[in-house]
Design a binder for this molecule. Structure first.
Ligand code: 8YV
Length: 322
């Protein structure tokens, strides 16, 4: 008989815990007196794992559970789960696409406007009393007017950002693994070449080995002294030391970052840059959207428990939608 018990290794939002607890099969690891003993004695019963980003669900981790069939990841990005390993071992991985697309695209636009028009800096000016004591905040040297944006990874979120930016009058081009059919934007096969031609580099790229530090010194130099980098995807995509250096030495104009390589740690060198706008990974972080994401985690596991196909399996693993 298939193992049907569910494991939540780390704390998750109440909507997920309550939804899964209702099955009577949920084990919250942090509630166990001795998690290690619990795992040793019960690993064989676990068929499903509900995973957040705070734990590496890699091959060695998953192989503790001989009857594991599904890992439901809270988030569209699943770089903390080794989906290739899972796929090879017949384990389904699900993520939370679509329900967060518009929210993350909104945040990307907010971050872009904050960064290019120095809105946080001008707010700090007002709060410091400088408007009265020194006069108006200086005119911003940069603007969105007449600009071209290069999107790194034109997936669902990238396209939602592109649509918004088009209505702002911003021209769009993109770089990714391959050119896409039915996309009206120019494709660049080289990230550096795209960076040379654009004013704004918008990274929506997922994490993982294939994208680690691909936004490096060479790309930043290509973006140039009036160039703006926005990262709404994964922090590991950017070489943060190279970025801090580029911001400090005006290799680029400014950066707006919602994600960092070692969250919640933000390097002091980035913190020190007045031309960086730094957000604590709030891309999808509204109650509305997080509830939809949480419900999708629950629904994927409930589908598995009732013998149905998962709703949103990722491409590397069984029942892939693509
Ligand atoms: C969440 C995200 O912050 O979906 C993602 O990939 O990065 C965000 O929506 C994250 O999943 C919460 O842990």
């Amino acid at each position: 008989m298939t193992a049907q018990e569910i494991l939540a290794p780390t704390r998750m939002m109440p909507l997920i815990i309550d939804g899964l607890r209702a099955t009577g099969k949920l084990h919250c690891l942090w509630e166990k007196d001795d998690p290690e003993v619990f795992l040793r004695e019960n690993a064989v019963k676990i068929g499903a794992i509900a995973a957040g980003a705070h734990i590496a669900v890699n091959g060695p981790y998953m192989s503790q559970f001989p009857n594991l069939k599904i890992v439901a990841n809270f988030g569209v990005g699943y770089d903390s789960v080794d989906a290739n390993w899972a796929g090879k071992h017949g384990i389904i991985v699900t993520n939370t696409p679509d329900v967060l697309t518009e929210e993350v695209a909104d945040t990307a636009l907010g971050l872009l406007l904050m960064t290019i028009r120095e809105l946080p800096q001008s707010e700090r000016w007002l709060r410091a009393g400088f408007w009265e004591s020194k006069g108006p905040y200086p005119l911003t040297r940069n603007t969105l007017r007449g600009k071209t944006m290069g999107i790194l990874a034109l997936g669902r979120i990238g396209k939602a950002i592109a649509k918004r930016c088009e209505s702002f009058g911003v021209s769009i081009v993109y770089h990714g693994r391959s050119a896409q059919k039915d996309v009206p934007y120019r494709y660049y096969s080289s990230l550096v070449e795209m960076a040379k031609d654009v004013d704004i580099l918008m990274s929506v790229a997922p994490g993982g080995d294939g994208t680690k530090h691909i936004i490096n010194h060479e790309v930043l130099q290509a973006l140039g002294p009036m160039g703006v980098l926005i990262n709404i995807g994964r922090g590991s995509v950017v070489d943060e030391a190279a970025l801090a250096n580029a911001l400090k030495n005006n290799v680029i104009f400014a950066a707006g970052l919602d994600v960092f390589e070692h969250e919640p740690h933000v390097p002091a060198d980035l913190m020190a840059c007045e031309n960086a706008v730094l957000l604590p990974h709030v891309g999808s972080a509204s109650i509305h959207t997080r509830n939809l994401m949480g419900q999708l985690v629950v629904d994927n596991i409930l589908a598995f428990l009732s013998g149905k196909n998962p709703l949103t399996p990722v491409s590397e693993t069984p029942f892939s939608r693509w």
